[in-house]
Design a protein around this ligand. Structure first.
Ligand SMILES: [Zn+2]
Length: 276
């Protein structure tokens, strides 16, 4: 028999059953709305091994254009927060490394972490525990967390000044909401504005949310930088942004990265790239 309430996996509040939906064309899964943080979550996921088994069978056609767009947004956000070319950025759940490589091409000192997907484009720029990151990005990652309370804590343990995420903003949409992605069955937690505030408060960060984007940050921001961040995240007025950021110098890391790779190969270590 279907449970009427469960304990929220983010805030431990009581979450009430709202609807059921068939995931991966196989399992009738219950969804719950948390009365405390107002997020939506599936029942405890038991189908994820099957959902990820067919990982390659669902082509992600929009990868390149999404990364191009995100690269521009991260670049502008990094500049607004005053990150220098030596400040490190970690792309959490960075997949095959395409976004990390694109960020490096744009002069951002980016690295990546992904437990499941093989790094292809940013070999040599994998995360190390000794790295201190000024900013962590996690795009389309948090909705995959089976246990968001501990998995989000793992990100904040790295103590970034800025955590920049994107994940579908839950505003009590019904069972037809496209972001539930029932065919893939991989989205299991959906964050409301209030749940993002809950996360910010728990870890002692300020918060800006605009559409699906949220930025958690430690330092205070003046009105103009806050306004500019909101403009960047909203995607409105791209022409104005192009003009505003036109004069910000871009120092690509392509040449520097290439020199490091060449040096490694000359030293006879082509297959064992382990850069500083
Ligand atoms: Zn909750």
């Amino acid at each position: 028999m279907q449970k009427k309430t469960i304990k929220c996996r983010l805030c431990s509040g009581a979450a009430t059953y709202v609807f059921s939906k068939k995931l991966i064309q196989k399992y009738e899964v219950a969804f719950f709305h948390c009365n405390q943080c107002e997020s939506l979550q599936t029942e405890a996921p038991y189908w994820l091994d099957e959902a990820y088994e067919g990982c390659k069978s669902i082509p992600d056609i929009a990868t390149v254009s999404r990364c191009q767009n995100l690269k521009s947004i991260v670049y502008m956000v990094a500049k607004i927060f005053g990150l220098s070319s030596s400040d490190m950025i970690l792309d959490w759940g960075g997949g095959d490394g395409l976004l990390t490589r694109m960020m490096r091409d744009a002069g951002l000192n980016a690295y990546l972490l992904d437990k499941y997907i093989r790094n292809h484009y940013a070999v040599g720029f994998e995360d190390r525990l000794t790295h201190n990151y000024k900013m962590i990005t996690a795009f389309e990652v948090l909705e995959h967390f089976s246990n968001p309370e501990t998995e989000i804590e793992n990100i904040f343990k790295r103590n970034p000044e800025i955590l920049f995420i994107s994940t579908g903003l839950y505003k009590s949409q019904d069972s037809d909401w496209g972001y539930l992605t029932p065919l893939s069955g991989r989205h299991v937690f959906f964050y409301s504005e209030k749940s993002r505030q809950h996360i910010a408060k728990r870890f002692g960060y300020e918060l800006i949310t605009e559409q699906n984007f949220s930025i958690f940050y430690k330092n205070t921001l003046d009105f103009s930088r806050r306004w500019l961040l909101k403009l960047v995240l909203s995607g409105k007025n791209p022409n104005l942004l192009r003009i505003l950021f036109y004069f910000v110098p871009k120092e690509s890391l392509i040449m520097q990265d290439r020199e490091m790779a060449t040096k490694k190969i000359k030293n006879g270590e082509p297959g064992k790239i382990n850069w500083p």
